[in-house]
Design a protein around this ligand. Sequence first.
Ligand SMILES: Cc1cc2nc3c(=O)[nH]c(=O)nc-3n(C[C@H](O)[C@H](O)[C@H](O)COP(=O)(O)OP(=O)(O)OC[C@H]3O[C@@H](n4cnc5c(N)ncnc54)[C@H](O)[C@@H]3O)c2cc1C
Length: 393
Amino acid sequence: MKKRIGIVGSGTAGLILAYALKEHFNVTMIHQRSADEIRNGRVMSTQVHFGPTREREKRFHMPKWDEKNLLKSIHITIGEQKLFTGMLKEPALSVDQRLYYSDCMNDLMKNGVSFRQEKVSKDQAEALVRDFDLLIDCTGKSGPLFPFPIDEELSPFNAPQRKCIVGYFLGVEPLNPPGVNVTVLPGKGEMFEIPAKTEHGPVAILFIMAVPDGELDEFKGIKSAEAFTEQMKRTVKTFFPAIYNRIIEDQFTLCDKNGFLQIAITPTIRKPYLTVHNKPVIGCGDSVFLNDPITGQGCNLSSYCAEQLYETIIDYKHSAWNEQLGEDYWKRARPFVKEVTEWTNAMTKPLPEHVVGQLLQGANDQELADKIAEWFESPNKAHAAFFPTATIL
Ligand SMILES: Cc1cc2nc3c(=O)[nH]c(=O)nc-3n(C[C@H](O)[C@H](O)[C@H](O)COP(=O)(O)OP(=O)(O)OC[C@H]3O[C@@H](n4cnc5c(N)ncnc54)[C@H](O)[C@@H]3O)c2cc1C
């Protein structure tokens, strides 16, 4: 008989795990919202799936998306000075998670994965362990359900470092070549302009990362789509004139009334395994590896860790499942989690001088500009650039 795996949460981490594990095990997804509720609900994030993440999607036969709107570059501006456009090694893709998650859920349902719609409470979580040989907590930033211990070395903050202000907009002329447009305003925060595919066609996501209580933190108390759009227009006009110049006034609107979001995250990394009722419980994705979105690595890290967990579970396919499985998974995943986390945390602080030097040099050196773009698809390279003398253990 196939071993039974329960996955709580049908987001990036839970979905890729379900695809990877379904051929080998009896997989059940326990999820708070139905595919339709997700599709018709509020945007949850921004998302850029870089080359390695897209490779994993292919490896595990996840749904294919049309390749019309691939992102090929990273544009970097500091203040009002556009420095360069670095080309990615492999094109990236950004699909509204409402579309991506609901499509994957419907596809998995057709392909033998059981679905149980239920919001699991912390009290119920322990009992759920008894139903499976392994329970995986993929509850994202609202999790975890289990008290996975905090990894203090990788969790230096006890408060959010940025306010995340996100709107999915129509009526912004795209940049050429298509890509992620990063504007850094030292001391104030950042703007990420990200083209994305949605149910309403292509949009430009305008994603402001505001230093709390700083000049960009202008959206406090805004609840309606109309007020959000008006404030975004004002903020872009004042602080991001190069983007404002590409706004088509009479077309500038959210792609739907749920196309905006405000959130703030306290980055926290946890040791992702526990034993409950003599069975292993494992965490994957934001529930245990929660970083600030400033480097756009959350989906990519979730996907990486899901693959590491898959490989570990396959190694244990014919042996006993206990805490050792969790320990082996963490040993495999931690070096990369550490690189992503340390780079991401460094990005929330003033950029080190040697990094600013490289960015300025990238303006006159296309090879270096391309290497900097590669930081986002291979964050170990970003880590090496930020911490040139570090050794990762
Ligand atoms: C503003 C913002 C911008 C971001 N930008 C980027 C970006 O550009 N690039 C990038 O790679 N990442 C980005 N991220 C991070 C990325 O969205 C996450 O890292 C990624 O979605 C994590 O996947 P996950 O599966 O762990 O969690 P989620 O995608 O959050 O999924 C968790 C799932 O669990 C379900 N769930 C939660 N609690 C329960 C419960 N108790 N019972 C049952 N189900 C439950 C939820 O409904 C949800 O479906 C951003 C995040 C934010 C907030």
